[in-house]
Write a protein that binds this ligand. Structure first.
Ligand code: FAD
Length: 502
């Protein structure tokens, strides 16, 4: 199935990786991108005042690992900062500020803060050096006919004599739509397939801030540029609100304020209230960001909505598929949007490869006649497999907002995390892990993660009920833990502290 014309719409992280996978398989790849070339400093990424830092984790890394591109992963990972856990910020009743680390993983695995533009640029550079890849920047998809395999693009920096942008028509064998949450490919796909579609705006807006690096003679090493720990994702949980900070290589932190719309409206009416609001809900932030800067960032940076989209199927016939945010935009609270999109690419191509191999193994007709038929089969298999997983991570992302802004402080949450990690270390044969570990450090299907985590939850609940009802079991556990204390692996006091720690 080589030598086909693959058109990718959207040169974000997902479209760029999809283009790389296609180009590596020998297809002629054309990439059409609404905006200018990201590598041109005058191009501002949509929605962001500058490039933002995202959490990259195993699924995104694995997708790059399978791109068959020497050096890609090393290059991307070398520019990341490992984050070993959350750092919860708060204020004790005495007024004292505290920071409390919560590791993501008992085995010490980390997620990575990555500059979105850096990752994207690396992919564009690799694609730019490939003879079978062509870029079309400032081209906006305006129409598509997936039966005739034709598409229309507005050329944004080229006006016709009438003053309207020029439009061009192209043909293709296969289109991959990676054009983000407001996907035009998805919009046109809906006219060709009976797509179920659901979108939800959550009652939360977000706005970006920045903690600047330290300056001057106080800097002894790279790490001392950071005003707070560089190896954590910092959270100021506010029950209904949340402020987070993710480290950047230059010592700064990209920060995001998440608030319900009504709270934003209150603050927009009088931004001078912002420092007091922060002191009340996010203690300590005003010593990291000057109050005047808080106000100016709030006034200058956009206040943006969060959308969660579910749809199915993701394809039509053998001519088009949607990937990444175009297929499953999600709220950012699990740090999985981009990771899931990159994973889409790996899974899609593993299925396409399997069907291409079947076509080539056909002794009656080895070659290209079957190409479209096999791709159609592959796309149907991809939609059938991936929809359940994309829906699962969309739901997990919505649920994680509650975890990040409130549950991280709850004893029940800590108890469950502790017990699941305890089982993972002391009874590894049971294969227990926390949900977070399965999502962020593994490649199991998201739908299986949910099923396994629900099962663990039920077993834990039954175990706890049985324990509470059985003095013998409580005595036995006490004895076991005391003995383990002797071997130094599970000090009883640690257990009690983990259960009761605030
Ligand atoms: P996009 O990045 O949206 O790229 C789509 C591209 O298509 C754009 O370049 C756009 O210009 C182009 N395009 C759009 N329309 C057209 C058209 N008609 N014609 C041609 N081109 C078009 N994800 C994580 O994994 N970890 C995180 O920590 C994380 N944090 C986040 C924090 C915030 C505040 C937000 C908002 C998102 C976060 N995400 C995170 C999600 C992540 O940003 C997205 O999932 C990811 O960018 C999706 O990549 P994409 O390539 O599918 O789409």
């Amino acid at each position: 199935m080589t030598g086909q014309k693959y058109v990718v719409v959207g040169a974000g992280p997902v479209g760029s990786l999809a283009a790389l996978y296609a180009a590596k398989r020998g297809h002629d790849v054309e990439i059409y991108e609404l905006r200018g070339d990201l590598r041109d400093p005058s191009t501002t990424p949509l929605n962001f005042t500058k490039s933002i830092n995202l959490a990259l984790s195993e699924r995104g890394i694995n997708a790059m690992r399978h791109a068959d591109q020497q050096g890609l992963l090393d290059h991307v990972v070398s520019a990341t900062i490992p984050m070993r856990g959350r750092m919860i910020h708060g204020k004790r009743p005495s007024g004292e500020l505290y920071e409390e680390p919560q590791d993501y993983d008992i085995h010490g695995r980390t997620i990575f803060a990555v500059d979105r533009a850096g990752l994207n640029t690396r992919l564009l550079d690799i694609l730019g050096a490939m003879p079978n890849v062509k870029f079309f920047f400032n081209y906006k998809l305006t129409g598509a006919d997936f039966k005739r395999r034709k598409a229309w693009f507005e050329v944004r920096n080229q006006n016709s004599p009438s003053g309207r942008p020029e439009e061009i028509e192209i043909s293709f064998d296969f289109m991959m739509g990676a054009d983000g949450a407001h996907s035009a490919v998805r919009y046109h796909l809906m006219k060709f397939t009976r797509m179920n579609y659901q979108q939800e705006y959550v009652d939360t807006l977000w706005c970006e801030f920045q903690i600047k690096p330290k300056e001057g003679n106080e800097l002894h090493d790279q790490k001392s540029k950071f005003r707070i720990s560089p190896n954590h994702l910092h959270i100021w949980p506010g029950k209904q609100f949340m402020f987070i900070a993710i480290p950047s290589e230059d010592g700064s932190f990209t920060c995001t304020l998440f608030l319900p719309g009504a709270e934003f409206a209150n603050l927009e009416a009088d931004p001078s209230k912002l420092p007091t609001f922060f002191d009340q809900h996010f203690p300590g932030v005003t010593s990291l960001i000057e109050p005047s800067e808080l106000i100016s960032s709030f006034e200058e940076n956009p206040h943006l909505p969060l959308i969660s989209i579910k749809c199915q199927p993701y394809h039509y016939s053998s001519s088009v598929v949607i990937l990444g945010d175009a297929a499953h935009a999600m709220v950012p609270f699990y740090g999985q949007g981009m990771n899931a999109g990159l994973e889409d690419v790996r899974i899609l191509f593993s299925i396409l490869d399997k069907h291409a191999a079947a076509e080539n193994n056909n002794p009656d007709d080895p070659g290209s006649d079957d190409a479209e038929y096999q791709r159609g089969m592959a796309l149907a298999e991809y939609s059938a497999l991936r929809v359940a997983d994309a829906h699962a991570i969309n739901d997990l992302a919505l649920q994680n907002y509650v975890e990040m802004r409130a549950s991280v402080l709850s004893p029940t949450y800590r108890l469950r995390k502790f017990l699941e990690e305890f089982m993972s270390v002391h009874l590894p044969s049971l294969g227990w892990q926390t949900k977070y570990s399965r999502v962020s450090f593994g490649n199991e299907r998201y739908s299986e993660v949910v099923a396994k985590s629900n099962h663990q939850g039920k077993v834990l609940l039954r175990g706890l009920i049985a324990m509470l009802c059985s003095p013998v079991l409580v005595g036995g556990l006490g004895l076991y833990l005391t003995q383990r204390r002797g071997s130094g692996s599970v000090p009883l006091l640690d257990v009690i502290r983990n259960l009761t720690r605030r």
